[in-house]
Design a protein around this ligand. Structure first.
Ligand code: FAD
Length: 514
């Protein structure tokens, strides 16, 4: 069987350029020029241009493709993200009681020899009223004070605090395009007009308006929501999950800061609304705001009004961008000699920023499972598809948990989200088990999860979920040790507050050093 020698990536958004960079770097570092990577992108079809928040895995990905952190920060106008703050998710606005919680990227503190803190927090060993995330990690307090996750002297992508980034998606794609060409990726500017199949149903060539036919052994479909190759010529079906996750529209605004020294939020703020939620992301020169909503529960005019009201007077002269999407995925991301990466393969709504992380996962798997020859393609595709489906389903459960644990019943959207028929059985089972015991790592299959147990715990207890451990109190005898640990975390937070720089100050310093 002939070897796979040439890959053609179709599409030049985040997915396309990340795939091309990753493949070029990983495949050719051991044996130079073993696989030729080419990318074709349309000069006429715009990339999606949102996708501003990422997941901590992005640091490993950027390091793996060899992109210098300062160059990335300048090119993508990036800032640091240390988690997500949730506002009004538990109760509607105006109800007594603070309604905000934080999902930090740091895992709960666990020093050698000290007990796991979650059961002790549930049994009341932390100072009364301390939210779970605040009790078990210093990160919540640091971000409240606008701290950066690292010092300027820390190595690229290394930091005392776990973090990801916020960035401008179009600027990020442009930075990757420049970097990718440095890695040997050949770029074509042309629009694919049709895809032609061979007699076995594999792609024989894509035909462009400007350059005629382009051929490869493997085609990576990164054409965004169009999924032109995988959904078009290859007819790989889309499995909708809008029965579980209802939001399917967004209206986005780019809001300049009122002054050049306006503090930059070191986390994403997600504020629940009557038919969805609003993301609020701090970039270097502006905020990115987007109201994500369910078109079944709200119309576009009302959604835009809500987004504008959220921003206030600063939104008056701004143009709003309206977007459509649907939660779901193609169970066959890979069919024949075509593999979809990014929106072409699927998308789970923007909560918790899984879009780019799924791109990272796909390109990492594609590289590591890369078929040696055409004969291996089908076996590799089966493995790849299994892993992608498992990830999607687990992510969908995790995101649904944010909605179904809400006590909000102030609109049809929230009432519908609490309907058991909309909650996958796998999630219902877990929630039921966790009423009598906290989540354990054995509830998860690490290789298939994007969200580790800590993330589930932060959201679960942030949403005021109740796990009753009273019946097993004697199984947790280290109350005094746990109390000392909770006190220690607060002391360490006090010291880190003195030590870590202000977020904007660090971003500006790193960009100046570029
Ligand atoms: P696109 O950005 O749409 O790029 C498609 C590319 O294909 C373009 O270059 C286009 O020119 C090219 N193309 C299309 N057709 C052709 C053709 N026929 N010939 C040649 N080229 C072609 N992800 C996150 O991680 N975090 C977030 O906060 C986040 N927020 C989101 C909010 C919304 C409302 C939506 C809808 C998505 C969000 N995502 C987010 C997902 C994220 O935007 C995407 O996963 C990411 O940008 C990758 O997009 P893409 O490259 O697959 O597609």
């Amino acid at each position: 069987m002939p070897r796979i020698k040439k890959v053609l990536v179709v599409g030049g958004g985040t997915a396309g350029w990340l795939a091309a960079c990753y493949l070029a770097k990983a495949m050719n570092s051991a044996a130079p020029d073993s696989v030729q990577v080419e990318l074709v992108e349309s000069p006429n079809i715009r990339l999606l241009g949102v996708g501003e928040a990422t997941f901590p895995s992005i640091r490993g990905t950027l390091a793996a493709i060899g992109l210098d952190e300062r160059r990335f920060l300048v090119g993508a106008t990036a800032t640091f993200k240390q988690g997500i703050q949730y506002v009004n998710w538990v109760r509607p606005p105006g109800t007594p009681g603070a309604d905000r919680f934080f999902h930090p990227f740091n895992t709960p503190s666990r020093r050698p020899g000290s007990p796991e803190l979650l059961p002790y927090w549930l049994l009341g060993a932390a100072p009364a009223g301390t939210p779970f995330a605040e009790a078990v990690t210093m990160q919540s307090r640091l971000v409240e004070h606008g701290r950066a996750p690292k010092h300027a002297s820390d190595a690229d992508y290394q930091a005392p605090m776990n973090h990801a980034y916020h960035f401008d998606a179009a600027a990020f794609a442009a930075t990757l395009a420049e970097h990718g060409q440095g890695l040997g990726v050949k770029r074509h500017l042309a629009t694919v007009e049709r895809t032609e199949l061979d007699e076995r149903g594999n792609i024989a060539r894509v035909v462009t308006a400007e350059l005629g036919a382009l051929t490869a052994d493997l085609y990576v479909d990164c054409t965004g929501l169009r999924g032109s190759l995988i959904g078009g010529a290859m007819r790989s079906a889309f499995r909708s999950r809008r029965d579980v996750l209802f939001v399917d529209r967004a209206v986005a605004l780019q809001v300049p800061y009122p002054a050049p020294d306006t503090p930059i939020l070191p986390y994403t703020r997600a504020t629940a609304q009557s038919a969805g939620w609003i993301w609020d992301i701090g970039l270097q020169q502006r905020r990115g705001i987007g109201h994500v909503y369910s078109s079944r529960h709200m119309d576009a005019t009302q959604a835009e009004e809500i987004a504008r009201r959220y921003v206030g007077a600063a939104a008056d002269k701004l143009e709003a961008q309206h977007l459509k999407f649907e939660t779901g995925y193609r169970p066959e991301h890979w069919r024949g000699n075509c593999v979809a990466v990014g929106l072409a393969g699927g998308f789970v709504e923007p909560l918790e920023s899984t879009g780019i992380a799924l791109v990272e996962l796909a390109v990492c798997m594609l590289t590591h499972l890369f078929p040696a020859d055409h004969d291996d393609m089908e076996r590799t595709a089966r493995r790849f598809n299994e892993m992608m489906v498992a990830r999607y389903e687990r992510i969908i459960d995790f995101i649904k948990m944010h909605y179904c644990l809400s006590q909000r019943r102030d609109s049809a959207f929230w009432i519908d989200n609490s309907n058991p028929a909309s909650i996958p059985q796998s999630l219902r089972d877990r929630l039921q088990l966790w009423r009598r015991r906290p989540p354990h790592r054995l509830d998860f299959v690490t290789d298939l999860e994007m969200f580790m147990p800590a993330s589930w715990q932060y959201v679960l207890y942030g949403m005021e979920f109740k796990t009753d451990l009273e019946h097993a109190r004697s199984a947790w005898p280290q109350m005094d040790e746990a109390r000392r640990e909770f006190a220690m975390i607060q002391q360490m937070a006090g010291r880190a507050l003195q030590d870590l720089p202000d977020h904007r100050a660090l971003v500006e310093q790193l960009c100046r050093q570029h």
